[in-house]
Design a binder for this molecule. Structure first.
Ligand code: FAQ
Length: 323
C-alpha cells in the first residue's frame, strides 16, 4: 500500500473515533508528539512523588500516613503505565530516563515548588490532582489507544487523590484551630497560581495545541481546561471558607465563567527552563535514585534471563521427548 492511502486510512480512523493502535501506521510527527507528551507525563508522575513523599514520615496520624503513602505509590504506578504506553511507540525506557536526566525531556512545572507545611498535602491533592483530572479525563478519549487505556485507570485513582486532599483541608478549615485554617490559606496562596499554570501556556503561545487537537490527541485547548478548572475550584474554595488569591477573580454573567487575573508567564517559563525553586533538587534526587537502583535492575534482568533460559531448556526437552 502506498503512503497516501495509509495517511488516508489514519485520517479516517481519527475522524471516526477509531483508536490508533501500536501496530497501525501513523505519521511520524504523530508518533513523535505522543512520545513527547506521554513520556513527559510519565516523568511528571515520577518526579511528582517527591514533594509529597517529603511528608510521609511527618503525617499527623496513622490514617493520614496510610492515605498519603497509598497516594504516592499510585503516582509511581501511573508513571509505570505511562512509560509502558510510550514504549509501544518504539522508544525504550532507558532512552526516556536519559532524556529526563539530561534535561531534554520536561516534566510538569508544578513539581518544582517546595512543600512547606502539612496543609500543602491538602492543597496538592485538591489543586494539583484536581488540575490533573481536568486535563486527563478528556485524555481517556485521546486518539492513541494505549494512552487512552492507561488514562482510564489513572483517572479513577486521581479522583481518590483529589478527594483525600480536599478532605484534609475540610477537616482543618472546618474543625481545626485558627492556626490550622491560616496554614490552609497560606497553602492555597502559594499553590493557586502554579496550579493554573499546569495547563500550559495560553493557546496563542502553545506551539503544539492546534495540531494535537486536529489529531484528537488533545480534546480541549490549554485555556479551555484552565477555565473549567477555575470555574469549579473557586466554588470549592468558597465552600471551605478559603479565599482564592486573585483580586481580579469575578463571575462574568455574560460568559458564564469566572474572569481571572493576569498569570505570570515569566515565572512559568522560568520554572520550565529549570530555574524554579526546586528544579535542581528534583533532578538530582531522581538521578541518585536511578544510580542507587542499578543493582536492582541488573539483578531483575539476570533473574529474568535465567528463567527464560530454563523455560527454553524445558521446551527443548519436551520437544525431544515428543519426537
Ligand atoms: N510544565 O504547546 P504546549 C499530575 C511545555 S501529572 C512543564 O501547550 P502540549 C499527576 C510543553 O511540554 C501532570 N512544561 O504543549 C500528579 C511544550 O514543551 P516541548 C502532568 C510544560 O504538549 C499529581 C511547551 O511547554 N500532566 O499532575 C507545561 O500541547 C500529584 C509548549 O506547550 C500531563 O503531562 C507545564 N505545566 O500541552 C502526580 C498531562 N505545560 O514538549 C503527582 C498530559 C506545557 O515542546 C502528584 N500532557 N509545557 O519541549 C498534556 O496534556 C500536555 O502535554 C500539556 C501541554 C497540556 C501539559
Amino acid at each position: 500500500m502506498t503512503e497516501p492511502s495509509l495517511q488516508q486510512q489514519f485520517d479516517e480512523k481519527v475522524a471516526s473515533e477509531i483508536a490508533i493502535e501500536p501496530r497501525d501506521w501513523m505519521p511520524d510527527d504523530y508518533r513523535k508528539t505522543l512520545i513527547r507528551q506521554i513520556s513527559q507525563h510519565a516523568h511528571s508522575e515520577i518526579v511528582g512523588m517527591l514533594p509529597e513523599g517529603n511528608w510521609i514520615t511527618r503525617a499527623p496520624s496513622l490514617r493520614r500516613k496510610a492515605v498519603l503513602l497509598a497516594k504516592v505509590q499510585d503516582e509511581g504506578g501511573h508513571g509505570l503505565y505511562l512509560y509502558s504506553a510510550a514504549e509501544t511507540l518504539g522508544i525504550s525506557r532507558d532512552e526516556m530516563i536519559e532524556q529526563l536526566h539530561s534535561g531534554k525531556a520536561k516534566y510538569s512545572s508544578i513539581f518544582n515548588y517546595p512543600t512547606l507545611t502539612w496543609a500543602d498535602m491538602g492543597a496538592i491533592g485538591w489543586l494539583v490532582d484536581g488540575a490533573a483530572i481536568m486535563n486527563q479525563v478528556p485524555l481517556c478519549r485521546t486518539s492513541y489507544g494505549a494512552y487512552a487505556t492507561a488514562m482510564l485507570k489513572v483517572c479513577k485513582e486521581e479522583s481518590f487523590h483529589q478527594r483525600q486532599g480536599y478532605d484534609l483541608l475540610i477537616q482543618m478549615c472546618r474543625h481545626g484551630t485558627p492556626e490550622q485554617k491560616a496554614m490552609c490559606q497560606d497553602a492555597l496562596n502559594r499553590w493557586w497560581w502554579p496550579s493554573i499554570m499546569m495547563f500550559g501556556p495560553p493557546d496563542a503561545d502553545s506551539p503544539h495545541t492546534q495540531q494535537s487537537m486536529e489529531w484528537r490527541i488533545k480534546r480541549f485547548t490549554n485555556d479551555e481546561l484552565r477555565q473549567k478548572f477555575i470555574d469549579v475550584t473557586v466554588e470549592q474554595a468558597r465552600l471551605i471558607g478559603l479565599t482564592v488569591p486573585d483580586p481580579d477573580l469575578k463571575w462574568n454573567e455574560a460568559t458564564g465563567h469566572y474572569d481571572y487575573g493576569k498569570i505570570d508567564w515569566e515565572e512559568f517559563w522560568n520554572v520550565v527552563k529549570g530555574n524554579g525553586p526546586c528544579n535542581k533538587q528534583r533532578l538530582e534526587t531522581r538521578k541518585k535514585a536511578w544510580e542507587n537502583g542499578a543493582w536492582v535492575r541488573e539483578a531483575a534482568s539476570a533473574y529474568a534471563g535465567k528463567r527464560r533460559q530454563r523455560q527454553q531448556e524445558k521446551n527443548a526437552a519436551a520437544e525431544a521427548a515428543a519426537a
